[in-house]
Design a binder for this molecule. Structure first.
Ligand code: NAD
Length: 442
């Protein structure tokens, strides 16, 4: 007998088909990021046509690995950390997605991030599925040696499912080139051969790509400029508020400033700063590099964190963590356009409020796809051991971002849907088309 909540059938002991119950951590009433993702998929199913019969594929990650990561601390004790690697979908190619080190990392979060990677990779049409990893740890509490031991042990533990043709990690929140170098080295040591293509976002001297560091911010900037043209917003003089001034937010802030915009507010883990006439972005980037935060930046006003969302601005760029724009603050946002540098910064309820209020949201799954696009270039260069110059990389990146955004814009107009739903329509069709062509094995 079929259970109404699922379409998946499995054989029972007596041979009659029945449904496998969906485990609680996969269900939509798990209100974490995975629950948000499931709601986003549900919104798109009506537009999938005959491919809709495969839609449950999108609601179940292909593979989830939870690992124990034990290390010796410098004080002689042993600490255990919980690590994850989730491969959401590999229909279109190997898994691809970053590794996050953060004290609040959960399985629900990593699952959602892996699923958004499937959507994003399909949206910009790079030949990857989606994956993501993470360790529940505050890396700032570790010494350099502890951080290296934890990274290496985690890499060894997930080594059974990653590889240049299987699943290729990359940097995310609190992980960087050095961590990618340790991951590449650990995997290579275990394999007995140097495998540069196992991770992207590596240092240039280890097969990294020129342009990778700035790529996500450059993609945010590129789609922002394209969207601004559609809504008649002049970038020159536009006021911008950025949450998160790290790899993504810092670069996006710099590129918008170079194009004549003003960054009027920045929020990071250290607090919120504001200057109506525009912050000195090069000086702020230097300050963040030296002190680790935008807090205490000379000449800026300090704002209470909750007031960040009400700042008078034209463009808001969330570039920190998930679920930051919620039903509570979406009504207060003054920006005409939100560009999602972060993954999953807007909840579905907030999305609806912004749409009703006429605020254009450029969704993460297209807006921050510049990083994975140049990661793809890095992987291609590693395979061919032939490296391109930065101008070529940036030109190819900008072309892919502009073309993908134009395609999504056209689908949004055709179906009169948000850009998020339009991106999901484009991406889910590509994923499920591949799924259908490959068929089910065995
Ligand atoms: P990062 O570690 O370089 O920077 C993170 C920033 O967020 C820092 O400025 C930090 O202070 C801030 N932050 C952390 N906690 C905060 C809080 N509670 N409130 C306000 N600010 C807070 O990370 P990143 O690489 O810039 O990634 C930022 C976001 O962009 C993440 O959602 C990530 O998944 C997404 N993203 C990154 C890339 C990439 O290539 N790095 C690609 C696509 C998406």
């Amino acid at each position: 007998m079929l259970h109404p909540s699922t379409h998946t059938s499995v054989a029972t002991n007596n041979g009659a088909p029945t449904n496998s119950p969906i485990p609680s951590y996969l269900q939509a009433d798990n209100l974490g990021p995975w629950g948000n993702y499931l709601q986003q998929v549900d919104r798109v199913v009506p537009y999938l046509g005959h491919l809709g019969r495969w839609a449950d594929t999108l609601k179940r990650p292909k593979r989830i690995l939870v690992v124990d990561v034990p290390i010796h601390l410098d004080n002689g004790t042993i600490a255990h950390f919980e690590g994850y690697r989730v491969q959401h979908n590999t229909s279109r190619g190997p898994g691809k997605g970053g590794v996050r080190f953060h004290q609040d990392v959960t399985l629900s979060e990593v699952m959602a991030l892996s699923a958004w990677m499937s959507i994003k990779n399909a949206a910009v049409n790079v030949p990857y599925g989606g994956a993501k990893g993470g360790i529940r740890v505050d890396p700032k509490s570790l010494s350099m040696g502890e951080l290296e031991r934890m990274t290496r042990r985690y890499t060894s533990e997930i080594g059974i499912i990653i590889g240049p043709t299987k699943d290729i990690p990359a940097p995310d929140v609190n992980t960087n080139e050095q961590i990618m170098a340790w991951m590449m080295d650990t995997y290579s040591m275990n394999e007995g051969a140097t495998a540069t293509g196992v991770v992207t976002g590596k240092p240039i001297h280890l097969g990294g790509s020129l342009g990778r560091k700035d790529a996500t911010g450059r993609g945010v900037f590129t789609v922002g400029v394209e969207a601004a043209k559609h809504i008649g917003l002049d970038i020159k003089g536009a006021r911008i508020a950025v949450q998160g001034f790290g790899n993504v937010g810092g670069v996006a802030g710099r590129l918008f400033t170079e194009a004549g915009a003003k960054v009027v507010a920045v929020q990071d883990h250290g607090g919120t700063i504001y200057k109506a006439g525009g912050l000195n972005v090069p000086a702020l980037l230097k300050h963040v590099a030296e002190t680790g935060s935008a807090a205490n930046f000379a000449g800026a006003e300090v704002l209470k964190n909750e007031l960040f969302w009400e700042v008078d601005c034209d463009i808001l760029i969330p570039a920190a963590l998930e679920s930051q724009i919620t039903a509570t603050n979406a009504g207060k946002i003054k920006a005409k356009m939100v560009i999602e540098g972060a993954n999953g910064p807007t909840t579905p309820a907030a999305d609806d409020i912004l749409q009703e209020r006429g605020v254009l949201v450029l969704p993460d799954v297209i807006a921050n796809a510049g990083g994975v696009t140049v990661s793809y270039f890095e992987w291609v260069q590693d395979f061919s051991s032939f490296f391109w110059d930065e101008d070529e990389i940036n030109a190819r990146l900008v072309k892919i971002m502009k073309d993908a955004f134009a395609g999504v814009w056209a689908v949004a107009e055709e179906h009169k849907v948000s850009l998020r739903t339009a991106t999901f329509i484009v991406a889910c069709k590509r994923i499920l088309h591949a799924r259908e062509l490959r068929g089910l094995y065995p």
